[in-house]
Design a protein around this ligand. Structure first.
Ligand SMILES: [Fe+2]
Length: 209
């Protein structure tokens, strides 16, 4: 089984989010099951005893495997000290055998499902933060990471031929600002329900509700 949750922010809410009362479903889970944290994991923060305690808690006390994407509140200097390994088809940093960082632009196969992961985010309060202490430039992806993500998607997810072109940032800006029900798009010669509201269409003939 695979569960997903949002920002944990390290010691602030790891215990309350993933305790047995808040997450009773864990009783039936094993280390083969995963809980994905979609950014701001925050337990690779200052290497403190508190961080170590909770990492051990996830590893030893929790029955499931913890996977996380990086958000903007991670200590990238520490995170990048872990060696890069391949896990389920993509690059990871293994914090320990059951706490795993899913790196940017990777495609993983977990329980026969494909996951594209792309961490990072911009801090909007960085003027109040201190570089190397509470803020890292690496919170934003590099050009290589963007490219690798596209390459990996092209190779493994939908076999779509995708090349970055000037329309992409244009559409991306629109998507961010627009309230829309569903986004239909062609061009790639495939029928794929990408998300609840994004539909790649080719030969399917769908009634618009
Ligand atoms: Fe956050």
């Amino acid at each position: 089984m695979i569960y997903i949750t949002g920002d944990i922010h390290g010691t602030i809410s790891v215990g309350s989010r993933l305790n047995k009362r808040n997450f009773p479903e864990q009783k039936s889970l094993t280390k083969k099951d995963c809980v994905i944290i979609a950014g701001d994991f925050g337990l690779i923060w200052d290497g403190s005893r508190e961080d170590q305690y909770w990492l051990k808690w996830l590893h030893k006390e929790k029955p499931f495997t913890t996977l996380f994407i990086d958000g903007n509140h991670e200590n990238f200097d520490l995170l990048e000290q872990y060696p890069v390994e391949i896990w389920n088809g993509g690059k990871v940093h293994k914090i320990n055998s059951s706490v795993i960082h899913l790196m940017r632009g990777q495609v993983f196969t977990i329980e026969n499902k494909k996951f594209f992961t792309f961490g990072g985010a911009a801090s909007h309060d960085k003027e109040y933060r201190k570089e190397g202490k509470s803020w890292w430039k690496r919170e934003m992806p590099s050009k290589d990471e963007y490219e690798e993500g596209l390459e990996n998607l092209k190779r493994s997810l939908f076999s779509i031929h995708m090349e970055r072109d000037e329309m992409h940032p244009y559409f991306y800006e629109i998507e961010k600002k627009l309230k829309y029900k569903r986004w239909y798009f062609g061009h790639f010669h495939q029928n794929v329900e990408l998300t609840r509201n994004k539909r790649l269409i080719y030969s399917d003939l769908i009634k618009i509700q």
